[in-house]
Design a protein. Structure first.
Ligand code: OAD
Length: 237
């Protein structure tokens, strides 16, 4: 099948479900596959609560490296297509990405399933802040001076219930669900497209590679995100 089988103009309520491949063309490394982050960094040392409790400075070194790298990345044309779609159709972004690039591109309804790299929280006093400093110099909460924790869903953490409920509603209420650049191996996020499918939405996967979930999709587009999105937006943008 070609991308021309799917035109955004034929749908009213579109959910874009994005993973690391969405930002690959912005220069943000993916997690798995060639050049993947988890090949170079052991998540048990950098991306779980036990590691943070053991050595917060070490965990912050990794997250400050990520802040520097991602802070220098800009939205790619695929992010821009998704942001522009808000002017034409009911549009919701459900993202596993922590990079904040959809918001930079101008998307306003963005559910961050795995939290955000720029968001800080203090689990000691409950303080929260958002800072784009790259790197973050002062690692301590201004209120109680305990370490800030990146407000990211690390391995072993639960998803935010409120966010998850909103995402379920979005998946069940859309007539087109477009999954972009996710390997579909991290649960529970990976199973969300099944909700859209069960609610009879047309389901499209954009990914140069097949995934374990490819079989559930009505259309699989084996192209990079920006190219596929530009084709589907023809007639509207
Ligand atoms: P992965 O790194 O697991 O998968 C990235 C996917 O993007 C792969 O299937 C690639 O084939 C695809 N891809 C690469 N370049 C692309 C392009 N230009 N256009 C479209 N697709 C492309 O990333 P995720 O599935 O997002 O968790 O990973 C899920 C979660 O695992 C992440 O949210 C992260 C990680 O641990 C947290 O940070 C909490």
């Amino acid at each position: 099948m070609t991308t021309h089988d799917v035109r955004f103009s034929d749908y009213e309520n579109i959910v874009f479900f994005t993973g690391a491949g969405m930002s690959a063309e912005s220069g943000v490394p993916t997690y798995r596959g060639a050049g993947g982050i988890w090949k170079e960094y052991n998540f048990e040392e950098y991306a779980c609560q036990a590691a943070f409790d053991r050595d917060p400075e070490h965990v912050w070194e990794f997250h400050n490296y990520r802040r520097k790298l991602i802070g220098a990345c800009a939205p790619n044309p695929g992010h821009v297509v998704i942001a522009e779609m808000e002017k034409h159709r009911a549009t919701t972004v459900v993202t596993q990405n922590i990079d904040g690039i959809h918001q930079l591109a101008g998307s306003t309804t963005v559910h961050e399933l795995h939290g955000g790299l720029w968001r800080l929280r203090c689990d000691h006093c409950g303080n929260r802040d958002t800072r784009r400093d790259a790197p973050l110099e002062d690692l301590h909460c201004g209120a109680c001076h305990h370490y800030w924790r990146p407000d990211i869903v690390w391995f072993g953490d639960s998803l935010d219930r409120e966010v998850f409920d909103q995402v379920i509603k979005a998946m069940e209420g859309c007539d087109l669900m477009v999954a972009i650049g996710t390997s579909a191996v991290v649960y529970p996020a990976a199973q969300l497209p099944i909700l859209a499918k069960a609610s009879r939405a047309r389901c499209v996967e954009i990914n140069p590679e097949p995934t374990p979930l490819s079989d559930i999709y009505d259309v699989c587009v084996r192209k990079p995100a920006s190219e596929a999105l530009a084709e589907m937006a023809q007639g509207l943008l």
